[in-house]
Design a protein around this ligand. Structure first.
Ligand code: CS2
Length: 490
C-alpha cells in the first residue's frame, strides 16, 4: 500500500497515523533543509503538538534550496509529504508512526518566487533552518561572512534572484517589510554553538551589503533564538524501506530511522509568536549556552572521536566502534580528561550521567549509524565540535593528546582513501579537494595538513599543539594499526 493521505485510514490499522485534520492544516512554519534530522526532530515535535492539541495553524512547509532536494520533493509529491518514523530501541524493539506535520514542500530551483511568497505570507511566524554546519557560510577562524561564492555575489547584485538561504531570507523579509507585516523568527536548528547568534550575524552581514535600511529593520525586529537540538538520525538504508514493505505492506520511499532519545532546548525569544512547544517536552529556557556547549563538545565531538579512527580501522558503524573496548575507552577518556574540565559545572546537569547516557546511545545496536555519515563534512564539523576544546586546553595547560590524535587521524583518512582492510573510503566533504591535497603533502611536511587556516585557525601557530600533532601523524603513518596507537595513548 502506497503511503498517501487517502490511504491513511487503512494504514492506521497497522501503524499509528495522524489523527488531526491535515486538510485544514495551515502553514505557520517554513523549514529550510528537510533532511532526516528535521523529520525525526522538529517535525516530530510539531506532529505531537498537532496530535495532542490540534493546533492546526502550525503546519510546516518544507523548502529545499539545493538541486539535491529534488528527490525528496518528488517523493513528497507522491506521498502527500507523509513519511514513517521508525524509532529503534536498544533492546531490538521498534515503534513506527506516520508523521503528518509537514504538509507542503517547495523546491526553490523550480519555484523561487513561490518560496519567497510563502515565507512572506502573513501566516508564517517562523522560518527554521537545518542547513548543516557548513551552510552558515562563515570563515571559522575569523568568524566573518564569506562573500567569495558566486551565488552570494549573484544574489547581492540581483536581490530578486536569490540562490542561498541568505538571499531567500532577505528577499522574504524585504517583502514583509514593504507589505507592512511583522517579520518571522529565524530559528536555527544546526549543531553550532550560539547558532542563533551566528545566524543573526551572518544574515546581517549579508543584508547590510544589500540594503542598509533592511538590515537595520532586521537587526531591530527579527529574533534569532539559540537552540540545542538532539536526536541521532542515521542515513535511511534500503533495509528500512524493505522492512516496512515486508512487515506492514507499506510502500514508503523515504522513511526516517531514529533513536528513542530526543531533546530540544530553545531560548524563548520569538518576535512573531510561537507554538506552545513546552506542552510536548521542548525545554524553553532563557539561555541555551550551557546545553549547546555540552552537546556539541561531548556528543558531536564524541561521534567524530569514534568515527574517524573507526573508519580507518574499517568499522562500518558507531555501535561497532563502541563494541571495541579500545575505541570506547579512548572516547570516554577524551570526554573525561579533555572536555569535562573545559566545560566546568553546568547548573542542573549531571555531566557524568550525561556521558554515561551518551555511551548507551552510541552503543545502540539497532541504530547502525554509519561512520561515513559521521566523517562526512568533517571540515565544517571539527572546527565547531573538536578544535575549540583543544584551544581551551592549550590556554589552560590541559591535556590535548586525545583530540590531537583525532586530527592527525583525520589527515591520514583524507590522504589514504582506504581503510586498514584495504576497502575504499569515500570522502564526503565540500572541501574534499583541499583536504586531500594538503593531506598528501604530509609525506614532505608532517604539518602540511594544518596549512588550512579556515579549519585550524591559530592552532597551526601553537608550538605545543604542532609538536603533539606531528608526533601523532608520524606514529599513525608508520604504524598502520590505529587501534594499537589508541591503546598506547590510553
Ligand atoms: C553527528 C550529528 O553529524 C554528526 O557528526 O554528530 O548528526 C548527531 O548525530 C546529531 O547532532 C545528534 O543530535
Amino acid at each position: 500500500m502506497e503511503l498517501t493521505q487517502s490511504n491513511l485510514s487503512a494504514i492506521a490499522k497497522k501503524i499509528p497515523c495522524p489523527s488531526y485534520d491535515r486538510v485544514s492544516l495551515k502553514t505557520g512554519i517554513v523549514h529550510i533543509g528537510v533532511g532526516g534530522f528535521h523529520r525525526s526532530h522538529q517535525a516530530y515535535f510539531m506532529h505531537r503538538l498537532l496530535e495532542k492539541y490540534h493546533q492546526l495553524e502550525w503546519g510546516i512547509c518544507g523548502v529545499g534550496l539545493r538541486e539535491g532536494d529534488r528527490t525528496i520533493s518528488q517523493i513528497f509529491k507522491e506521498q502527500d509529504c507523509l513519511y514513517t518514523l521508525v524509532t529503534q530501541y536498544p533492546d531490538g524493539s521498534e515503534k513506527n508512526e506516520v508523521i503528518g506535520s509537514i504538509h507542503e514542500f517547495l523546491l526553490a530551483a523550480d519555484a523561487p518566487d513561490l518560496v519567497i511568497d510563502k515565507m512572506a505570507h502573513p501566516d508564517i511566524k517562523i522560518v527554521s533552518l537545518t542547513i548543516t554546519e557548513g551552510g552558515y557560510n562563515f570563515n571559522t577562524s575569523t568568524g566573518a561572512f564569506n562573500f567569495d561564492s558566486a551565488d552570494i555575489q549573484h544574489e547581492l547584485a540581483y536581490p530578486h534572484e536569490p540562490k542561498t538561504v541568505y538571499g531567500y531570507l532577505t528577499a522574504a523579509l524585504r517583502k514583509r517589510k514593504s507589505n507592512g507585516l511583522p517579520p518571522f523568527t529565524i530559528l536555527s536548528c544546526d549543531n553550532i554553538q550560539h547558532n542563533g547568534h551566528i545566524a543573526r550575524e551572518m544574515v546581517l552581514s549579508f543584508a547590510i551589503k544589500q540594503n542598509a535600511e533592511l538590515a537595520e529593520w532586521i537587526a531591530k525586529e527579527v529574533s534569532f533564538p539559540n537552540t540545542m537540538v538532539d536526536r541521532i538520525t542515521p542515513v535511511t538504508t534500503p533495509e528500512v524501506i524493505e522492512y516496512l514493505k515486508t512487515n506492514y505492506d507499506l510502500k514508503d520511499q523515504w522513511p526516517v530511522v531514529c533513536e528513542p532519545f530526543i531533546q530540544w532546548v530553545v531560548e524563548d525569544d520569538f518576535c512573531n509568536g510561537r507554538p506552545p512547544l513546552e506542552k510536548v517536552g521542548v525545554q524553553i529556557v532563557t539561555d541555551v549556552t550551557p546545553y549547546e556547549t555540552m552537546k556539541i563538545r561531548l556528543l558531536n565531538a564524541g561521534h567524530s572521536v569514534l568515527g574517524i579512527p573507526g573508519a580507518i580501522h574499517g568499522y562500518p558503524t558507531i555501535n561497532a566502534c563502541m563494541m571495541d573496548q579500545v575505541m570506547a575507552t579512548f572516547m570516554r577518556k577524551f570526554m573525561d580528561v579533555e572536555v569535562t574540565s573545559v566545560l566546568g559545572a553546568i547548573e542542573g546537569i549531571d555531566i557524568e550521567k550525561y556521558k554515561d547516557k551518551l555511551e548507551e546511545r552510541f552503543a545502540n545496536p539497532n541504530i547502525k549509524d554509519s561512520v561515513s555519515r559521521i566523517c562526512s563534512e568533517s571540515s565544517a564539523k571539527l572546527p565547531k565540535f573538536l578544535i575549540p576544546t583543544i584551544s581551551e586546553n592549550l590556554a589552560s595547560g590541559g591535556s590535548i593528546k586525545y583530540a590531537t590524535f583525532i586530527l592527525a587521524a583525520w589527515c591520514f583518512y583524507s590522504d589514504k582513501g582506504i581503510n586498514e582492510k584495504g576497502e575504499t573510503l569515500e570522502i564526503i566533504d565540500a572541501q574534499k579537494e583541499e583536504l586531500t591535497r594538503t593531506a598528501k603533502n604530509t609525506a614532505n611536511n608532517r604539518a602540511a595538513f594544518l596549512n588550512q587556516p579556515e579549519i585550524f585557525g591559530e592552532l597551526s601557530n601553537n608550538e605545543r599543539f604542532v609538536k603533539a600533532y606531528t608526533s601523532a601523524v608520524q606514529n599513525i603513518y608508520k604504524e598502520g594499526d590505529i587501534r594499537k596507537l589508541m591503546s598506547n595513548i590510553l
